[in-house]
Design a protein around this ligand. Sequence first.
Ligand SMILES: [Zn+2]
Length: 248
Amino acid sequence: MNKTISSESTDTEVSIKQEPLADGELLKKTDNVKKPLICIEAGHQEKANLELEPTAPGSKIMKEKVRGGTQGVQTKKAEYQLNLEVAMMLENALAEDFDVVMVRRTNDVDISNSERAMICNDAEADLMIRLHADGNENSQVKGMTFIYPSPENEYTKPVAEKSKDILEVVAQDIISETGAKSRGIIPRGDLTGFNWLKVPSILIEMGFMTNKEEDVLLSNAEYQRRIVAGIKKGLINYDFINNMNSGQ
Ligand SMILES: [Zn+2]
């Protein structure tokens, strides 16, 4: 059983009333409240880094370390800024039920896509969530796209199925919370940020900043809260704890 013990009150009682516990007892208690670890990545950064890095471990194919991202046609906001706003909101929303690792908390960083993946690998995250927004030459195009690591690619194959399982639940909850149009759940095998991963991952293209209406919506705090609420609901509905135990 993995019932979460309501920690605040019991912790206080332990430290005030009880005899000092043997180390083992305290450790066991901590084990019981182990939470799934979510690694959150806000896509891009203030300054793109167009130096090259291998697209996968040992690969000869090279790609830019971090591309520039898109920009709001109406808000003029940069994608890296929007991604960070939602990422920080998500960090707060998940704090109670999940452990969270943030790939970045500021825009002024220089972290390549492979390094971002390795931050989540090193943390041994149960899931990496990658937040992005889209751009298109056609300003009419809008909606959310949900992306997971391809089962067809040797690098991403080991995490493809679990990533897809999680994404299907999360995507449904984001769509029902936001009312956004879904452009579908699609696999990608060409992303450096997926190829270096050893843990499951989902990438959410939250909408098109090149569409006037959606650009404004994406910067609206209430809309951002709905995206975040949808992600959180999806993660809870996926039932991470049981799926972690039945996994490895
Ligand atoms: Zn992007």
